[in-house]
Design a protein around this ligand. Structure first.
Ligand code: TRP
Length: 331
């Protein structure tokens, strides 16, 4: 029997931070290493294009994201790893799917609706700043998913609707032209526990409280030193569960280390000590990947070669499925 296909796209819209790593990248890497599935991981650069429209930044994000995943251990021999814009068949399918997608479905998409609501609140034209890439985003995502006959699609909570749309669109095609597409299912990355940022709020680019995933050691320590604590002194017992530093520590430390740290909180460990330990566990996990990441950034051609090899595999699969799809529609 063929292995189930697990496919996920990684939008290249920024430099990844520790919150992305714990919430999305790490669980996805774990899934990728499961040999009972065929993993397909791609950089969704077309999806990034509706917001990143500076070619230099665009190139930088693509390289950084690809280098990051490779540095963290994504194995391009085991999973198919490519850049979306290297697979033109996706755009052919995008158009075909657009023709069986009711416009009303797009009107109801969360991301688009949120823009319209924001604009309306601000007294602007409802479609202000909305390009057609944003509007039809779910159709391209359906093409991503359906062209590779994905069984499972790991996504964050905000993307569930898009996977449901891919099912709706697949059913619409199947209904019109006969059974062609498998219906994919979303897999929620439950671990998406919110990692706190420097100010204790959820780590997020929009709050400006992030720590970059591959921050150099000295800078990493400095940023950790900046994390907000209460004013309790060394010797005063502290509550671990409500402590930002502890939340961070927990995600990177071993079970026995976490136990010990909990006791040290009760015993009144000083914040300076905790900060050192937090640095130690984060750095321990990321030191080697950071080095590899830098090597990839210094050798972008190596990254391109890997993506090109992945693109050949992806195009081969895509071409086969696409010809079946076109045949069904009479082309
Ligand atoms: N829309 C996803 C995000 O913003 C990225 C993505 C694009 C994707 N195509 C996909 C995810 C296909 C899963 C499957 O994160």
């Amino acid at each position: 029997m063929e292995k189930p296909i697990i496919l996920t796209g990684i939008k290249s819209t920024g430099t990844p931070h520790l919150g992305n790593y714990i919430g999305a990248i790490k669980p996805a890497l774990k899934m990728a290493s499961d040999k009972s599935n065929q993993g397909i991981y791609f950089i969704a650069d077309y999806h990034a294009l509706n917001s990143v429209q500076d070619p230099q930044a665009f190139r930088k994000y693509t390289l950084e994201i690809a280098a990051g995943w490779l540095a963290l251990g994504l194995d391009p021999e085991e999973v198919i790893f490519y850049r979306q814009s290297d697979v033109p068949q996706l755009l052919e399918l995008n158009y075909i799917l657009a023709c069986v997608t009711p416009k009303g479905l797009m009107n109801r998409a969360h991301a688009y609706k949120a823009s319209v609501e924001r604009n309306t609140k601000d007294g602007l034209n409802p479609d202000h700043g909305v390009n057609m890439g944003l509007y039809t985003y779910p159709i391209l995502m359906a093409a991503d998913i359906l062209l590779f006959q994905s069984d499972k699609v790991p996504v964050g909570k905000d993307q569930i609707q898009h996977v449901e749309y891919a099912r709706d669109i697949a059913q619409s095609f199947n209904h019109t032209f006969g059974g062609t597409f498998k219906l994919p299912e979303h897999v929620i990355q439950e671990e998406t526990e919110l990692l706190p940022g420097l100010d204790g709020r959820k780590m997020s680019k929009s709050y400006g409280n992030t720590i970059s995933l591959f921050e150099e050691a000295g800078k990493l320590q400095k940023l950790i030193n900046k994390i907000k604590t209460d004013s309790s002194q060394p010797g005063e017992p502290k509550d671990a569960e409500s402590s930002t530093l502890f939340q961070l520590y927990k995600e990177f430390a071993e079970t026995d280390e976490i136990q010990q740290m909990r006791s040290r909180y009760t015993e009144g460990v000083g914040w300076g000590e905790v900060k050192k330990e937090v640095f130690y566990v984060i750095n321990r996990e990321l030191e080697a990947p950071r080095k590899k990441y830098q090597e990839f950034l210094n050798n972008p051609q190596a990254v391109k070669n890997i993506l090109n090899k992945g693109a050949i595999k992806a195009r081969n699969l895509a071409e086969k499925k696409l010809s079946v799809i076109k045949e069904k529609a009479g082309m």
